[in-house]
Design a protein around this ligand. Structure first.
Ligand code: FAD
Length: 578
């Protein structure tokens, strides 16, 4: 039918490919004008379209996949759009760079993940380049012709949009970084690093090279002392010392690994004991650790750093390979969207505690591409108090205070924790005591003092970290909301709304921190578990093996990764770089 229309209608002559997709509402065109655009609906699904709300999910990373895995409500038509047709288990990416684990062992095709679901899920390999919040459409680019220079556009309508596009590596606009450094974000990055390491060793082994040239080629620089940079440096050190030196004995002495960190210490977000252990271990291992060194420029041969303290002295060193791991930045599609929704001046896309993008009720954003707006949270708490203080006297009855506090603590458990930590627990207990019939009792609440206390809570309620843990929990929280959408519409379970009437449909998202690992090489790992419990050493490495094996997305990847670990124990790592 479409091919006939295509031939008959000259205005459609530019349309190259049209999907007649089940689920419909998707259009593909190449350089078609806006008026040529079609909204294609598969006739067999046309009835369903009326019934089913369409949920479009952007991204197949931690957040998107967790949402898809946990979505059970069959009353949605789900369209997944991502340039990557697989989920990648990023915590094992550093292991892929040195061949401890193979790349294919840590990826699972998204079609495998959604295959057995009772929910209608369709996947499109495309990259979203524009979100049109006003008309509820997303504009995507796909490489239908198989030629990267020839892309087609797809327009997809949505009722709900789940934005889970993650983040990109942040170069901080430092000259030469984008052109000359390796990043460690995607599977392809890890494979490229693996090839480059072996390539450096092969080049350094060629005859007619001076010692200086050899040292330059075998100088590996890692920028960023966060968990990823530290883990990569440790993996590289093990790879070189356990496997490569046996194969390239002549160049062994020329190898050098440098880790650059702009602040005073590596692993800043960890307990001081872990930082100290890691720094000492790296020193023992001969890893050249340079703290307080900020990279200012990278050329194809040299990397320049500026000493943050001591007069800002600039020094330059030649290198063979640089791996850049300094944090994350916002993707262009998200920056464009932020401007549309009046968040152009923000650094990150802001959501409320229900993960809804502010000012766009049908759009949710989760994972690394967004953050819950804590400032708004504090404003909300303050507004609740002000509202309760009707006569503006700064005095509330115990009962009034109890109600307000109960509401706030339900929404923001951090506030209760803070008050308890500040030895205000007796006040909290008193105010929350349900047996007190204290409508007439008055308690002096100095609201200014309380506001000052709140601002301290504010500084403690930092943005959630950009981790897989947060992304996965947000994905499953949102899926749970979608699963119970109809129920909660009738019986809302969230806290009272202070702007508007009634209760919120859902409870707000709450993050449960389960701890964090920092693998340090030599079969040693550091772990910081809830309650600031710290464990470092070989036994923690076994904990790391078991936790990561259990977290892998499927039994297939679990089996492959465990096999890779066993193979490495028996035969060592593969050094072909393939
Ligand atoms: P991602 O997982 O990055 O997924 C983003 C998805 O969006 C991808 O599928 C991508 O292809 C897709 N996408 C991108 N652009 C578009 C677009 N324009 N349109 C549509 N789709 C798009 N966290 C931990 O908790 N523990 C760890 O040990 C850990 N180790 C890490 C090691 C490394 C090397 C790295 C890089 C990260 C690590 N992290 C770890 C962090 C963790 O990987 C991220 O926080 C997590 O991936 C964020 O999930 P996400 O779904 O937001 O983004």
């Amino acid at each position: 039918r479409f091919s006939r229309k295509f031939r008959e209608n000259s205005s459609l002559a530019k349309v190259l490919i049209v999907f007649t997709v089940s689920g419909g509402g998707i259009v593909a065109f190449s350089d078609a004008k806006p008026e040529d655009r079609l909204n294609v609906v598969n006739p067999s699904e046309a009835d369903d379209k009326d019934k089913k709300k369409r949920v479009v999910v952007l991204g197949t990373g931690w957040a998107g996949t967790s949402f898809l895995k946990n979505l059970k409500n069959p009353s949605y038509d789900v369209q997944v759009i991502s340039p990557r047709n697989f989920f990648a288990f990023t915590p094992l990416l550093p292991s892929v760079t040195v061949g401890t684990v193979e790349a294919r062992s840590i990826v699972e095709p998204i079609r495998n993940i959604v295959r057995k679901k009772n929910v209608n899920v369709h996947y499109w390999e495309a990259e979203c380049f524009r979100i049109d919040a006003e008309n509820k459409k997303v504009y995507c680019r796909s490489n239908l012709a198989g030629d990267p220079n020839q892309t087609e556009e797809i327009v997809v309508d949505y009722d709900y949009l789940v934005v889970a596009t993650g983040a990109r590596a942040n170069t901080f606009n430092i000259p030469g970084v984008a052109e000359n450094c390796h990043f460690l974000k995607e599977i392809e990055d890890a494979q490229r690093i693996r090839r480059t390491i072996v390539d450096c060793f092969e080049r350094a082994s060629l005859p007619n090279l001076s010692d200086e040239e050899r040292r330059k080629i075998l100088h590996f620089v890692v920028v960023g002392g966060g968990p990823t940079g530290v883990e990569f440096a440790a993996e590289l050190h093990d790879y070189v010392n356990e496997d490569l030196v046996k194969l390239y004995p002549k160049v062994k002495e020329a190898v050098k690994i440098t880790l650059l960190e702009a602040t005073d210490h590596i692993l800043n977000m960890f307990d001081k004991r872990i930082t100290a252990f890691a720094e000492e271990k790296f020193q023992r291992d001969g890893i050249n650790l340079k703290t307080g060194a900020m990279v200012v420029k990278v050329t194809d041969k040299e990397i320049s750093t500026k000493q943050v303290k001591n007069g800002g002295e600039i020094s330059t060193m030649p290198y063979g390979m640089v791996v850049w791991s300094t944090g994350i930045g916002t993707r262009p599609v998200i920056m464009d969207f932020m401007k549309q929704v009046g968040q152009g001046s923000r650094r990150v896309l802001a959501t409320d505690e229900w993960l809804r993008v502010e000012r766009s009720d049908s759009i949710y954003a989760l994972g690394d591409c967004a953050t819950i707006n804590q400032r708004r949270v504090m404003e909300d708490i303050w507004a609740i108090f002000q509202k309760a203080d009707k006569d503006n006297s700064g005095t509330l009855t115990v009962k009034e205070f109890q109600e307000v506090l109960a509401d706030i603590c339900e929404r923001y458990p951090q506030v209760e924790l803070y008050l308890k930590n500040k030895q205000m627990s007796s006040l909290v207990d008193l105010l929350k005591d349900p047996n007190r019939d204290s409508a007439k009792e008055s308690v002096e609440v100095n609201l200014e003092e309380f506001k000052a206390a709140l601002s301290q809570v504010d500084s403690q309620m930092k943005n959630l970290p950009a981790t897989a843990q947060v992304a996965a929990q947000q994905g499953s929280y949102l899926a749970d909301c979608f699963n119970r959408m109809e129920q909660c519409e009738v019986n809302p379970e969230g806290p009272l709304r202070f702007r508007g009437e009634g209760r919120h449909r859902f409870r707000p998202f709450r993050y449960r921190h389960l701890g964090q690992f920092a693998p340090l090489g030599g079969e040693q790992t550091a772990a910081q578990l809830p309650g600031d419990w710290v464990s470092i050493g070989h036994s923690t490495q076994w904990l790391w093996y078991s936790v990561y094996a259990s977290k892998l997305v499927s039994w297939r990847t679990r089996a492959l990764v465990v096999t890779d670990w066993t193979r490495r124990f028996i035969f060592g790592r593969d050094s072909s770089g393939i």
